[in-house]
Design a protein around this ligand. Sequence first.
Ligand code: NAD
Length: 260
Amino acid sequence: MLANKTVLITGSTSGIGLGLARAFAQAGARVMLHGLGEPAAIEALRAEIAGTSGADVRFHEADLARPSAAATLVAATEAAFGGIDILINNAGAQHVAPVEDFPIAGWHTLQDIILNASFHAIRAALPGMKRRQWGRIINIASAHGLVASPFKSAYVAAKHGLIGLTKTVALEVAETGITCNAICPGYVLTPLVENQIASQAATHGLPRDRVIREVILAAQPTKRFVEIEEIAALAVFLAGDPARSITGAALAIDGGWTAR
Ligand code: NAD
């Protein structure tokens, strides 16, 4: 379905991004993996995805907390594969603290990884997409791009900003064969959420299953985690030609969270 397309997925060494990489490789795309992690473990993932899908899968490291890193990553992907057809801005991190105690460096790091790196990657990838008159930009935002929760000021602000960026880019490129959309997942059981479960269990003195149901999934009406494969299927659909009229959208996949 996506044969002869190249996808760059930031933050694809773990969690949702790794699931996206598996799904796009299965759909026939060439995949540039990216993220932080131990080199031998990342090479094992790369080889496994390439082996099971038959796709050309490569890896490029870049710390997106550094301002120039995203543009360098885009350039390295274009050099390796000859262009980028699909850009998925997925890398993310979380920090939970009241606003008045929020570490200033932590605020800036979350803006850099979630919002600024997406801007830099889009800015660098658009000229090639415009030349080819085809492109897909998919920003993995969050239900927290649409609604807030307390103690997540940096994350909520960055994800709201990412949806604003998504809409603006969609309007700017609307006549060029390029779409730009945001996917807004509810809670997904990944290392990012496992960390929150562990810290909430310690804070509230509750067992893991009660933290999941009463704290983490309190606002998610289905009371189950969104599956990584469900997000990946939506992203693969957005990358295909039948989705060419979907642009500037913030698509919730959140078990009803933002329907309230
Ligand atoms: P995760 O922690 O499993 O993966 C995060 C990825 O981002 C990893 O590959 C990591 O290496 C990469 N990354 C983090 N900091 C980086 C940096 N400075 N430079 C380069 N790469 C960096 O998390 P996840 O849950 O899979 O999250 C993926 C995306 O989905 C994030 O943007 C997150 O905000 C979003 N999201 C997650 C959930 C959830 O419930 N898990 C819900 C909504 C949105």
